[in-house]
Write a protein that binds this ligand. Structure first.
Ligand code: UFG
Length: 330
């Protein structure tokens, strides 16, 4: 593709992996990040970093022009579900309103393609598992609603303007770049695999297991854990598709069509580390569905993308390797 790809949130966890995948595929990349939760060192030096907020029209439009941006991958946003319940307006500002501003900048400057980080949280408690893209979207928290509102904006904008989009509904993203170039560095993480590898490196004493009475085989919550590098590769493949078929847009689940329970994940961590991480069995966490697994037939049909790191032990091993690297740094 001529011109550059702008990656918002490219200094964050998933965004930094997308930057690596784009660069490895030969794209030129400009990262736009306000560095509130991201880290400048997480941005590969082959990319240009512009420190700005996605809602700053002036800075965004200048960056689009200066770098001849043809496509935007939009990762910037807030991602902590319980925080969205406590402070919903932060989520409607950082996710919904900021994306509205970014889309306007994109349309005014003639950006042709837009890839959006959506979420399985748009489904709420799914009517069936595995869940399909056409199933009801009834978010059970402001985070999911803030992303679903953005999907609605994208649909309307693509109908009115010469821009197409792909909304990828992520399931549970975990792991780290297999080459050790990036990983999840988030301070105060809440995600299971991150927490478990923090326990493995001695940063935590134990892992809480939230709920043992779900309607699942072992009573603990079941999720579809997707390796962050597979997810990043799906973005690059989605960009190719948007370029090849500029009048079509897509909404696709990004997952593996298989779930693991919390106990199965912690068993994998024990296996990989040769430790027995202490488990504290506790009550359910508010708003957690019993099971959330992607029907991924649509993404497999739409893209040449195929999972390459879809082994739970591999995901845990890569997350652990990054956690050990971070521990050395502290
Ligand atoms: N869990 C624990 N202990 C922990 C952390 C999590 O038992 O310390 C459990 C949860 O209850 C859940 C599973 O592990 O059953 C996964 O929890 P995460 O917090 O890792 O992830 P979620 O499934 O809650 O969140 C993910 C995405 C969100 C998205 C949400 C939709 O990270 O962005 O799915 O439900 F909104």
């Amino acid at each position: 593709m001529d011109g550059k790809v702008m990656v918002t949130g490219g200094a964050g966890y998933i965004g930094s992996h997308a930057v690596l995948a784009l660069l490895d595929a030969g794209h030129d990349v400009v990262v736009l990040d306000n560095l509130v939760t991201g880290f400048d060192w997480a941005v590969d030096p082959r990319a240009t970093l512009v420190r700005a907020d996605v809602a700053d029209d002036h800075a965004v439009r200048a960056a689009i022009r200066d770098h001849d941006v043809r496509a935007i991958m939009h990762f910037a946003g807030s991602v902590v579900v319980p925080e969205s319940v406590a402070d919903p307006l932060k989520y409607y500002r950082n996710n919904t309103a900021a994306t509205r501003a970014l889309l306007e900048s994109a349309v005014v400057e003639g950006v042709a393609h837009f890839i959006f980080s959506s979420t399985a949280a748009t489904y709420g408690s799914p009517v069936r598992v595995p869940v399909q893209e056409g199933d009801p979207t009834v978010p059970i928290n402001p985070y999911g609603m803030s992303k679903l509102m953005t999907e609605a904006m994208l649909r309307d904008v693509a109908a009115a303007h010469p821009i197409n989009y792909c909304a990828l509904r992520y399931f549970n993203v975990a792991g780290a770049d297999p080459q050790g170039r990036s990983g999840q560095s988030t301070v105060g993480a809440t995600h299971l695999i991150k927490i478990a590898v923090e326990a493995a490196t001695g940063k935590r004493e134990a892992v809480s297991v939230f709920g043992t009475d779900f309607d699942t085989p072992d009573g603990t919550g079941v999720r579809d854990y997707i390796h962050v590098s597979d997810l990043a590769a799906a973005h690059v493949a989605a960009l190719d598709l948007l370029i090849a078929e500029p009048t079509r847009s897509h909404t696709l689940n990004a997952g593996y069509n298989r779930g693991f329970s919390v106990n199965e994940v912690l068993d994998a961590v024990d296996r990989v580390t040769n430790l027995t991480i202490q488990r504290r069995y506790e009550g359910r966490r508010a708003g957690d569905p019993a099971a959330l697994v992607a029907d991924n037939s649509a993404i497999l049909a739409a893209l040449p993308w195929r999972p390459r790191h879809d082994d739970l032990d591999t995901i845990v091993r890569d997350a652990l390797a990054w956690e050990r690297k971070l521990a050395l740094r502290d």
